[in-house]
Write a protein that binds this ligand. Structure first.
Ligand code: ADP
Ligand code: MG
Length: 218
């Protein structure tokens, strides 16, 4: 079966329906529209390429962060589109996504995959480039309960950081439980979803926000 990747836009909209916090976002098709939309969302914004053929947007020069004026948003539109065309001349450019820039937070990863023998598996772990190298992740085969999710959170090595390590404030563990539960429901209910990667989820002292999502369907 051929897998198809949903766009970030589609992924956000699907996850939002389950109550997962996503940044305010919109697709724009012209520099002028980018400027207006950025102003409406409120600065700073992040702008990203929207193309089915471009999976890793940063690799294509397709992500610009900390855009803080209407003019900068207009310029970013042209820059992103020309970078994407240079990266892959055959890519279909559907537009540019303008989104609210989320504050820095503790970065976590929530993923799902379908194992040929065991079926759907939910994974959870610490994010951030360095920690990802150390693979601080845990996983469970679906179906699971909310208590399973609480166990998953407590069993990663990075859990003390969520609790508030050496003077840093504790993170919003309850919101994390709710988000993982929402994602579990999303995965269980959407039978055509075979794999996904929500990386990162930014967890704050209060609340959380996801800033990227890749969902594969069959
Ligand atoms: P890629 O397809 O390359 O993974 P991402 O959407 O993950 O592209 O964007 C690259 C990086 O830019 C993210 O890992 C994050 O650090 C930053 N970023 C992206 N979107 C946002 C946002 N809405 N708010 C804050 N930072 C963001
Ligand atoms: Mg990413």
């Amino acid at each position: 079966m051929v897998k198809r990747m949903l766009s970030e836009f589609e992924s956000y909209d699907l996850l939002k329906q389950y109550g997962v916090p996503v940044p305010e976002h919109a697709i724009v098709k012209t520099p002028a529209e980018a400027g207006k939309t950025a102003e409406k969302i409120g600065f700073p914004v992040v702008m990203k390429i929207h193309s089915p053929q471009i999976v890793h947007k940063s690799d294509a020069g397709g992500v610009i962060v900390s855009i803080s004026s209407k003019q900068a948003a207009e310029e970013a539109f042209d820059k992103i589109v020309s970078n994407a065309k240079a990266y892959n001349p055959d890519a279909e450019i559907k537009g540019v996504i303008v989104e609210q820039q989320a504050a820095p937070g503790l970065e976590l990863i929530i993923g799902g995959k379908t194992d040929p023998a065991f079926g759907k598996v939910l994974t959870f772990g610490m994010g951030g480039t360095l920690v990802e190298l150390m693979k601080d992740v845990t996983l469970r085969i679906l179906p699971i309960t909310e208590e399973t999710i609480r166990q998953m959170i407590r069993e990663i090595h990075g859990y003390p950081i969520i609790q508030g390590y050496r003077g840093s404030k504790p993170r919003d563990e309850e919101t994390l439980v709710q988000i993982m539960w929402a994602i579990n429901c999303f995965f269980a209910e959407n039978t055509h979803v075979v794999e996904f990667d929500i990386n990162p989820v930014r967890l704050y002292e209060s609340g959380a926000c996801i800033v990227d999502a890749r969902i594969f369907v069959d």
